[in-house]
Write a new protein. Sequence first.
Length: 349
Amino acid sequence: MKWRSTLDSPRKRRGAGRITLSAVAERAGVSAISVSRYFNQPASLSEVLRERIGEAVAALGYVPNQVAGGLASARGRIVGMVVPNISGPIFADTIQAFSDALAAAGYQLLLASSYFDGEKEESAVRAFLGWNPAALVLTSHFHTPACEKLLEGADVPLLEVWDYQPSRRPIQVGFSHYQVGVDAARYLHGKGYRRIAFVQNSAPGDYSAMDRRDGYADTLRELGLEPWMFVPTASAPFEAGKQAMEALMARAERPDAIVFANDNLAAGGLLAGQRAGLRIPGDCAVLGFGDYPFAPMLLPSLTTLKPPAREIGEIAAQRVLQAIGAQPAEGGVERLNLLQCRVVERESC
């Protein structure tokens, strides 16, 4: 599907329609100097003034212009990206492929991590927009209302990756997490498993994993089976997986297969099961998500659903470069880019 809209027309002059510092000052009933101090010297203002100015900033969707005063020539060579987790392996291939493609075209990547925290993502978006990036890339579609307001007012190409929501305005490059849950449930059911549990990520803001959970649960119900869900309380992924395995296998009626929200959890569960003397997959099959580098190294090796991480990065970079006119886009920039995850079958199922 092709989308010909603002991305295919000459881009409007940067700054046109931008909310000004003076507008914030007027709404808050303070001086422009006070608004400037709110961002640069907040400790110099009283708590009352900070609250008034903060409310005005949020209401107007104001973004301070970090490139004002002579640095405007640098603003077109930066692309901002916010991911939930920089330290984990799951986004590494996407980030690397995206960065490599941008660098080859003379653009640089600015990266921020939200760790599944909507307010941290909002803060990163506000900071990136303040530098007038060439484009902005976010992970998934779960944003705070204030972040959505910032995105509505942004005059740069927007992408959402690692998800697929065709009704949303940003360019979509990714896959359906709900479908991943469907595929996981149908795969295990096809292998003969009937008591299939799902272990949620202990990070409370991982809404994409919740979409996978919903796909799993709806599919089991369609198959006439009851979904089992477990939410660990341990924050460390391996410990959370261990906690889940121990709790589920302590039930009078044990699951014969467990879908874990990611491979870290699955590894923790698999190792805990082995320590407890369980035969995997004989007593309980284990299925992960992510295809982390250690997945084939475990014993038994981990069956998992592999996301198209590198492909997401490559396509996202191409769409960015097309949207900003650095690469040709015959017929316009392709807004909807649906990819697929696949089951990597190993020994744990």
